[in-house]
Design a protein around this ligand. Structure first.
Ligand code: NAP
Length: 315
């Protein structure tokens, strides 16, 4: 299974899983304010910390800054260690190193922190060269504004360029955050996961529950609403059923673990760090119980096989 050969960055010490905060304050995609509110989010945060999930992933764009602001408010009232990861969006009008520094200062202000533990480039968008952003990142490390540097949605070539540019300044690339779940295994097939492990770059798995699909609560009779409705249509939801059944079956062999917990444990077994999003206390509690136990190699292989079959049916 996914044992790392390179050494992980110290910022990931003790981190097996994180908490994703995209939905915090986001009305457009996730419907913040309709069905969940600030007190639900606060409970999700508290429950995660209590269960040993202390790695929080946010971004300046989530809820147009509201996710960082909420997290900052919670951090101010937290005694225990929290590892904070946020992201810089390379909008096409951000044309130089100065724009990264300005955005970082604004994120720090919202987070109420003097430095951020992990700062990530959100997407490898043009026109600015990867090397320019990495030079700006190195400067921010030297200035003590960030501890570790990450990228997100970078392919193998882009990640190698980022790695090379940083290492010239003596800074290691800590992570690459990409989509990875039992319903999206591109990083296994295209070699990115293996490359990360060889380089000691932690692969942070986003949408590890396939935006909620792997919890098993969405079916052709109960499809997701809003922006997820287009991606996960009835045909998709019907095709993934054998996978959901297998997740539930394996979960019941582990003292009643849920499909979501098994799906998250599978990501951990592959050597990646899943960051499931949670909007409520119940979701955060359930997801945190993906920790503290492990699937067997045989169970991981069985899930691989069923997920391959589902992917083939969908292609
Ligand atoms: N770097 C990037 O480009 C990028 C892109 C996407 C996400 N991310 C990061 O990755 C994090 C997670 O990804 P994601 O939010 O897209 O997808 P996800 O973690 O796969 O799914 C999260 C959603 O699933 C539902 N859910 C979660 N746990 C549940 C549970 N135990 N029981 C029932 N439903 C549950 C909730 O939505 P409902 O209750 O509405 O179903 C929740 O908002 C984000 O918060 C963000 O930090 C990064």
């Amino acid at each position: 299974m996914g044992e790392a050969t390179g050494k992980r960055h110290v910022v990931f010490e003790g981190v097996e899983m994180g908490l994703g905060t995209w939905s915090w304050g986001d009305r457009l995609f996730w419907g913040y304010g309709r069905g969940y509110r600030d007190d639900d989010i606060r409970q999700a945060y508290d429950a995660s910390l209590q269960a040993g999930v202390f790695f929080m992933d946010t971004a300046e764009v989530y809820g147009q800054g509201r996710s960082e602001t909420l997290l900052g408010k919670f951090l101010a009232e937290t005694e225990q260690k929290v590892v904070v990861a946020t992201k810089f969006m390379p909008y096409p009008w951000r044309l130089g190193r100065g724009s990264l520094k300005r955005a970082l200062r604004n994120s720090l202000k919202r987070l109420g922190r003097a430095s951020v533990d992990l700062y990530q480039i959100h997407w490898p968008f043009p026109p600015v060269q990867i090397e320019v952003w990495m030079d700006a990142m190195s400067e921010a490390v030297q200035a003590g504004l960030i501890t570790a540097v990450g990228v997100s949605n970078y392919d193998r070539k882009q990640m190698q360029r980022a790695y090379d540019a940083l290492i010239r300044q003596g800074v290691p690339l800590a992570s690459n955050q990409v989509e990875y779940s039992l319903l999206d295994r591109r990083v296994e097939k295209n070699g990115l996961l293996k490359q990360c492990q060889e380089m000691g770059v932690t692969l942070i798995a986003y949408s590890p529950l396939a935006m909620g699909m792997l919890t098993g609560k969405y079916t052709p009779e109960n499809p997701p609403q809003g922006f997820r409705a287009r991606r996960y249509q009835a045909r998709y939801l019907a095709a993934m059923k054998p996978l959901i059944d297998q997740l539930k079956r394996i979960g019941s062999d582990h003292a009643g673990k849920t499909a979501a917990q098994v799906a998250l444990n599978w990501v951990i077994c592959k050597g990646a760090v899943p960051i499931p999003g949670a909007k409520t206390l119940a979701q955060a509690q359930q997801n945190a119980a993906a920790l503290g136990w492990r699937l067997s190699e045989e169970e991981v292989a069985r899930l691989d096989e069923v997920s391959d079959r589902v992917q083939t049916a969908l292609s």
